[in-house]
Design a protein around this ligand. Structure first.
Ligand SMILES: [Zn+2]
Ligand SMILES: [Zn+2]
Length: 460
């Protein structure tokens, strides 16, 4: 129709051609002029109409093309879903699969929805089953932990001598495990939600029980770890033989930032154990401070470093000597003055800066003979002060302090008591494998001269 019309028009407007049309819709592109050129000459209005018709046709063609592509993709999807169904058929012998295949295959949404439903149902089944098992575990844990915690809370032994590690740690660990398993179930289904709520209700009360037990244990432990100074001095008052070993029980870094404790510990080990000298230890302290500062600065970004962390940097020791002093590692020693002549040792005690000892050796090497009379104390300049110091000093550790240090180590006393019990059992069997099993030590009398030493008398 267009073609004939255009032919007529081209004939009409031949004299006054304004534009050449090459449209496809009207067939202008196929028109051949006398000189062999393609295209059709026409007025501008006519040309515009042709162009508009061509554009419309082009748009329609695009739509058709897209539809064709969609159809093709749909076909591909169909094939994919069919393959998936086949695989499911082979991997599962559930009867429900038949209904899937029994559906009208011409229905366009059948394969996709079918498989999705199936996946969902499988996932739901799986989560429901695991939730059931988990809930059973939680119920068992609930009853067992409840009785264990109650038993713990009602046993005064746990609080009179609390162990350094929380005794219910295994329950805490199990709780954390069950909790993480439960929170991993996130399926968005009402039935799953109800089941999860029930399990959560069984699990949550255990948390508060554990917390209660932990607080009680912690407060009992704090009382044991921190000996009250007035109580100790009161105990020391009436019975003089008691040795004050509180210096070995004093916590050195209580309520201190663990970062600081760890850093100082590392450097103290290199100083004391590895023997790194003071200057390098001080350098390590400064470097640690720099490292912590740089890390904090990076972590904080543009915001200022929090007050607590700033304080940590401020509290960082600069000199290893101050740390050593705080750690109080040096055992207490006793100063003796050795006689240069007769080698007699005499304990030097200072009172108000002056020794109570005579500066001359009072030893008589031979009975009835004269005193040695050698000079054992001579004035020395110490820190700008003149004091009378031994000519031949001899330092020896205080045995009582050394023993107190040994006994204050956790578990040491128990181990010592245990060795007596074990030796007693061996002796009954007639076996002798240790010095404690021998007759001398097993019959050794205690300080009162009556009781066996192995029996002991309390903690004195
Ligand atoms: Zn045309
Ligand atoms: Zn002497």
């Amino acid at each position: 129709m267009f073609k004939s019309k255009s032919k007529v028009e081209t004939g009409k407007k031949r004299e006054k051609p304004r534009k050449v049309c090459y449209c496809v819709t009207a067939g202008c592109v196929n028109v051949e002029s006398a000189d062999g050129r393609r295209g059709c000459e026409m007025s501008v209005e006519q040309w515009e109409t042709h162009q508009a018709a061509d554009a419309l046709a082009h748009d329609r063609l695009e739509v058709i093309k897209q539809k064709a592509e969609d159809t093709f993709q749909n076909d591909l999807d169909r094939v994919e879903q069919d393959i998936a169904n086949l695989v499911l058929m082979e991997s599962s012998s559930l009867p429900s699969i038949d209904s899937l295949w029994g559906r009208d295959s011409t229905s366009s949404n059948y394969p996709r929805v079918g498989v999705k439903r199936r996946e969902r149902r499988d996932a739901l089944d799986f989560q429901a089953k695991s939730l059931c098992l988990l809930h059973a575990d939680i119920k068992r844990f609930h009853t067992s932990s409840q009785s264990a915690i109650n038993e713990f809370l009602h046993n005064p032994l746990h609080f009179l001598s609390p162990s350094s590690e929380f005794p219910l740690l295994h329950i805490e660990t199990e709780f954390a495990r069950l909790h993480s398993l439960l929170s991993a179930i996130t399926f968005d289904d009402p039935s799953i939600k109800v089941m999860k709520d029930l399990a959560t209700n069984d699990l949550t009360p255990v948390a508060s029980l554990i917390a209660h037990a932990r607080i009680k244990w912690q407060s009992a432990l704090d009382q044991v770890v921190r000996p009250e100074p007035p109580m100790l001095s009161a105990a020391l008052g009436p019975s003089p033989p008691l040795f004050d070993c509180s210096r070995h029980m004093r916590p050195i870094y209580q309520n201190t930032d663990p970062i600081l404790v760890l850093t100082v510990f590392m450097i103290m080990v290199t100083h004391v154990v590895a023997g790194l000298e003071r200057r390098f230890c001080n350098w390590l302290l400064r470097m640690s401070q720099y490292i912590i500062h740089t890390t904090l600065a990076r972590a904080c970004g543009t915001s200022p470093i929090p007050a607590r962390e700033k304080n940590l940097l401020k509290e960082m020791p600069r000199d290893i000597r101050s740390v050593r002093k705080k750690w109080d590692l040096d055992g207490s020693t006793i100063l003796y003055a050795a006689c240069p002549s007769c080698h007699m040792l005499q304990k030097v005690v200072y009172e108000k800066g002056q020794p109570t000892l005579s500066p001359y050796c009072s030893n008589r090497p031979f009975s009835g003979g004269r005193a040695c009379d050698a000079l054992i104390l001579a004035p020395r300049l110490v820190h700008g002060k003149v004091i009378s110091a031994p000519v031949l000093p001899f330092l020896y550790h205080d045995f009582k302090d050394w023993l107190a240090n040994l006994m204050s180590r956790p578990g040491m006393e128990d181990a010592m008591d245990k060795s007596w019990i074990e030796s007693e059992e061996r002796r009954k069997q007639g076996i002798c494998t240790d010095i404690l099993d021998g007759t001398v030590l097993s019959t050794f009398k205690g300080p009162d001269g009556k009781t066996l030493f192995s029996v002991g008398s309390g903690e004195a």
